[in-house]
Write a new protein. Sequence first.
Length: 120
Amino acid sequence: MLERTAQPTTAVSHTRALARWDNEGGALLQAVSVKAPYVDVVHHLSDQDLVYLRNRVIALENVVIAMLAGGSHDQRAVVHDMALFVRPPLDEVQDRLTMHAADLMDYLADRATRFARVLA
């Protein structure tokens, strides 16, 4: 008889996903041994905390866009190059979160280019 294994909790799944950031979702050539940090499952963020963090991320995105807009075209091209580097080759496993992050990097660089044109 097969033994049923317990499903990991959401917090554990999130911890494992975040731990993959240390090797860029597998994009680094050499495997990096990453130990997932301890997650206190009892203490979750409240809705107010999540809204606050979301607002901070939006503010940081706008700061990055403003900084890239003030930079050169080459600096914005580096962001596009980094997004290409983050994406795994087509013949390898496509991690949805890594692909989304690369798409967001391209989006931020494109927004910075549009903003730079407005400033010029």
